[in-house]
Ligand binder design. Sequence first.
Ligand code: FA5
Length: 337
Amino acid sequence: MKEKLELLKQNATSDINNVSDEQSLLRLKSTYLGKDSQIMQVMKSMKDLTIEEKKEIGKLANEVKSFIENLVKEKMNEISSKKENKRIFDNTLPVGDEIGSLSPITIVANEVAEVLKKMGFMIVSGPEMEKEYYNFEALNIPKNHPARDMQDTYWTNLGDVLRTHTSPVQARSMETYGAPIRMAAPGRCFRNEDIDACHENTFFQIEGMVIDKEVSISNLIYVMKNILKEIYKKDIEVRLRPGFFPFVEPGFELDIKCLICGGKGCPTCKNSGWLELCPCGMIHPEVLRMGNINPDEYSGFAFGIGLTRMAMMKYKINDIRMLNSGEIRHLKQFKVK
Ligand code: FA5
């Protein structure tokens, strides 16, 4: 039995040293240490030995078993670390000659920003992880106000929020620059949404705001129409209907006729033929006051365009999920015109 155990040790050592992949090693582990392995048979047959033999053979069998277990463990470590090394970025490899392209959302965001710059707007940005105050209170949405339910929010452990819209940049800009002001702020927003063809939990908006003396609704409508004309390069059918947002009064929803189905109704427009694209309105006097701007002296308008949806309409993308998919075959089709 002693010879059998010695032979077993030698065979296991040579077999295990010769494998280089995990699968083969696991097969050897089962051969040498599994239920039906020779070492287990030796262990089982110990009951037939004398006490003296049991002591000697038992000790040896245990040693051989631990020896093989260690061999397997070491070999497994060696194979795993080789795998890890392979995963490390090799900067000596040639770089592919495929050139990336801008995301359709970036293209549209840049285009809208260019249109607004021509109209005298400055482009600013705000934090994506926002203070509750700027996302809500400064926009006339106090704690426990039912309007908070319109935008289901992700909270951080520190009580900040992932901003649900770009409107907080309105409040920040009022504080920083005062009036008069024309500003636009493109950026990413987050909402705890049920995802479907036109809703994502991460999407983009561009906020716009004008504050000056004697700003009116007709100024607002002019700016909106101009943006749409410049982006879509044709007259787009729009409808303006009353909309409620606590930070504007009056507030409007500007919808455009769905460019995917031409207004017939499809999943992208939730079969209504229209797509909510650009809520807007005259800035609420309370919001101006909170931004240290005197509402008796100044008035203003603001809008929040859904950039992701604007890009979908422009490029006839019928499902919003495609935009966050990172699918290169889809994304590389879009080029700056
Ligand atoms: C707002 O976010 C307001 N802050 C807009 C605003 C600004 C109103 C200034 C008045 C004055 P709303 O929740 O409707 O409003 O979102 C604005 C646009 O963002 C929508 O019309 C839509 O185009 C886009 N949007 C909203 N939620 C999503 C979503 N889950 N996925 C993709 N786009 C979305």
